[in-house]
Design a protein around this ligand. Structure first.
Ligand SMILES: Nc1ncnc2c1ncn2[C@@H]1O[C@H](COP(=O)(O)OP(=O)(O)OP(=O)(O)O)[C@@H](O)[C@H]1O
Ligand SMILES: [Mg+2]
Length: 427
């Protein structure tokens, strides 16, 4: 018999699958003992900003790494611990966090810093939220720091989304320019490694900084991360082997902890929707498929139609051929054929090569350089890192590409060993 809430049979008093579902929410910040497999990274970040706990100047640091590798989590965690340790040593230390994907201009970012600082202190001046410029916000920031703090750690998350990097210069020069005596340590975070190059060009030497790279999680780390949250489920609901399977699948695809946790949650939802009392490996498999299509769609959402056609062409080569990897030239031939069928002008082979390299950077495909011997030169071999079916579904979600011909029927006209399929009905 199921218990009933307030006597109304329409509502069950207890969720049959989830116990503490909040442990699986995207924004959930795990307690310290639930953070796993990032000890070295924590030590490295602590080594850069840790000087503030002794009243000394900290280093600035940039953290790079793919999505879901714990950059935001570890930065916030180490910064908060540094603040607590500093306070134990009678040092007034603050932690400021700015999500630059939202506060994506210098004005927005400085406004957020000023308001955040005012919130943390008894600052009495009024800080206007509109109608004033960056300079006024900086004035408030300097004067709050001067009156209330010995040091602050400023986390600029998704820093590549900022429209300019002036804020880095201002923060790192503040002491030198006698704006404030407080020490300021900046932790910049980005999942775009290319940001390094643009940063080098834009920024002057005053933002001296170390660089750290966070690597994707392996299966055993993902397993630990998920085990630490398994009390999100009711006891005995997760069948044996489900966490292991989820970790293995996520490690193979991307090593992204956020995605792994999402799959676990989605598997639970699936079990509940289908009235199952337990979460089985089949639920994990199904949840993983949906998540993978969403992931590919997200990754390719900013791509041009030609990049998507290139992925479609590669998927088609793999499904109709007998190999896992294809040369740029081979993908190009298939791509040109598809363009003809959908009456689109193809881009050049070199253009397609660049599109494929971009997709490789994003992690949708892997491209490997292979030496063909001295006289033949070297060439790139491309492979998909996901099931071709997922690529096809993700590409077809683009409304302009819904009408693509079936990818498993396409063959090159030059391929005489195969029977040519009649494609006239698709054009
Ligand atoms: N080492 C870990 N232990 C426990 N949970 C973790 C760990 N690393 C990441 N997570 C969880 O995975 C999710 C993603 O982590 P986080 O937001 O820090 O990734 P990120 O590297 O900042 O990714 P993005 O580049 O997409 O912002 C969070 O919900 C976080 O709690
Ligand atoms: Mg992040």
């Amino acid at each position: 018999m199921t218990e009933q809430a307030g006597g109304d049979p329409l509502f069950q008093s207890q969720d049959p699958i989830f116990n503490r579902k909040e442990l699986l929410h995207v924004g959930h910040v795990p307690e310290e003992d639930r953070i796993v497999g990032r000890d070295d990274e924590m030590q490295s970040v602590a080594a850069e900003v840790g000087a503030i706990t002794r009243g000394d100047p900290p280093n600035n640091v940039m953290i790079y790494g793919k999505t879901g590798t714990g950059k935001s989590l570890i930065s916030r965690h180490v910064a908060t611990r540094a603040r607590d340790a500093a306070e134990n040593n009678k040092i007034d230390c603050g932690v400021l966090y700015v999500d630059c994907s939202e506060a994506n201009t210098e004005t927005r970012a400085t406004r957020q810093l000023a308001l955040n600082l005012a919130d943390q202190t008894g600052y009495e001046d009024h800080i206007p939220v509109r109608g004033v410029g960056t300079m006024e916000y900086y004035q408030h920031i300097w004067s709050i720091l001067e009156s209330f703090f010995d040091s602050v750690v400023v986390i600029l998350d998704e820093i590549d989304k900022l429209d300019n990097s002036n804020i880095l210069m201002q923060l790192s020069r503040a002491r030198e320019a006698r704006k404030t005596d407080a020490y300021i340590g900046v932790i910049g975070i980005s999942n775009k490694v290319q940001y390094r190059e643009t940063l080098d060009e834009r920024i002057d030497s005053s933002f001296g900084h170390r660089e750290l790279f966070f690597h994707p999680y392996d299966a055993s780390q993902l397993r630990e991360i998920m085990r630490n949250r398994q009390d999100a489920f009711q006891p005995d609901v997760l069948e044996d082997g489900t966490i292991e399977l989820c970790a293995a699948l996520a490690a193979k695809k991307h090593g992204d902890a956020r995605k792994a946790i999402e799959i676990l949650k989605e598997a639970g939802e699936l079990a509940r929707r289908t009235g199952s009392e337990t979460v089985s490996e089949r639920h994990i498999q199904q949840a993983q498929e949906v998540a993978e299509i969403n992931r590919i769609e997200e990754l390719t959402s900013g791509a041009t139609a030609h990049a998507k056609l290139a992925l479609y062409a590669l998927a088609s080569c793999i499904v109709t051929g007998d190999r896992e990897t294809y040369k740029t030239r081979e993908v190009y031939q298939r791509y040109v054929g598809i363009c003809e069928l959908v009456a689109t002008d193809p881009i050049t082979e070199n253009g397609l090569y660049r599109q494929l390299k971009e997709q490789a950077f994003l992690g949708v495909i892997e491209s490997e350089k292979t030496g063909g011997g001295r006289s033949q030169g070297s060439y790139l071999l491309h492979r998909l890192v996901t099931d071709p079916k997922h690529i096809v579904k993700a590409v077809r979600r683009d409304s302009s590409l819904e009408e693509l011909p079936p990818y498993d029927k396409l063959i090159d006209s030059s391929d005489s060993t195969r029977e040519r399929v009649d494609l006239s009905s698709f054009s």
